[in-house]
Design a protein around this ligand. Structure first.
Ligand code: 13P
Ligand code: ZN
Length: 271
């Protein structure tokens, strides 16, 4: 059996969370990531019959029975993951009852998966139906995206338009736009259900005055989605306090989307 600390998926979690921490998006225990793994890749590193302990999830994830995820721990700091992955991360498998997680590795200090597991697993269920290749759900608190939440109306069409109009390539990166939820209590099944509902339409969902969720087939794609929103929000926040002289027009956004052959939210443009 190979050493799990050399597994590419552990390495990706370490590198990505360290990078997000350095960007200032994940203060203290802010943010969480879940990454669905193939049974065969995990079996190279772990005995899949060895369940360390079982942890109730508090919701039904029957569609994911038998699926394995590496997930950040609740209360754990992204800052500390690289130095001690076995305490700050865990590998769980959804048990046959659909409501229990079987711990296969990690959470060494007796900890457990993120409090946002409902939003993660419910979003995985929805995104897998849209794209069987989807593997990652990522939640974080990017600074400028959050700042923009306080000065911009929290409405999907207008929020998406403001982001698209800040960077020419935003419409190329997220042609499906950005879903927006109002402020809600986090860590609940309710916010999980609301997030998953938005994930039927969007790969990016803003949690009003809290943070953002992204979904994608790999770490680069998911991180890239959030990074692009954050870059646009940064430009918006820098430029919005000054008189606007130039703007990217709706017909120009349409032209970019069409030149890339994209299926985009044309109803978000004034054409
Ligand atoms: P966890 O520490 O439970 O992952 O929570 C962090 C967070 O960002 C809550 O939304
Ligand atoms: Zn959060």
């Amino acid at each position: 059996m190979k050493n799990i600390l050399t597994a590419p998926f552990v390495e990706e979690m370490r590198k990505t969370t360290a990078n997000m921490y350095r960007l200032g998006w994940d203060e203290r225990n802010g943010g969480n990531i879940s990454y669905m793994l193939e049974e065969s890749e995990v079996a190279e590193y772990l005995d899949l019959n060895n369940v360390i302990r079982t942890i109730p999830t508090g919701f039904d994830a029957s569609e994911l029975i038998g699926k394995i995820f590496i997930v950040t721990g609740t209360g754990k700091y992204f800052k500390n993951i690289d130095a001690d992955p076995e305490t700050n991360l865990g590998i769980i498998r959804i048990a046959k009852d659909g409501t229990t997680a079987e711990l296969l590795w990690g959470y060494k200090d007796g900890g457990k998966f993120t409090s946002e597991l409902p939003a993660h697993l419910m979003s995985h269920m929805v995104r897998l139906k849209k794209n069987p290749e989807n593997r990652i759900i990522m939640h974080t608190h990017p600074t400028y995206t959050l700042a923009m939440n306080f000065v911009h109306e929290l409405e999907e069409r207008s929020f998406t338009r403001s982001l698209w109009k800040t960077c020419t390539e935003c419409i190329v990166v997220f042609p499906d736009g950005v879903g927006v939820l109002p402020w809600m209590v986090c860590g609940t099944n309710e916010i999980g259900i609301a997030t998953a509902k938005k994930m039927e339409e969007y790969r990016l969902v803003i949690w009003g005055m809290h943070g953002i969720y992204g979904a994608g087939k790999d770490m680069d794609e998911t991180f890239g989605l959030i990074e692009t929103v954050e870059k646009a929000a940064q430009l918006y926040m820098i430029a919005s306090t000054m008189p606007r002289v130039n703007t990217i027009e709706d017909h120009e956004l349409k032209a970019v989307a069409e030149s890339f052959g994209l299926k985009y939210r044309a109803d978000f443009l004034d054409l």
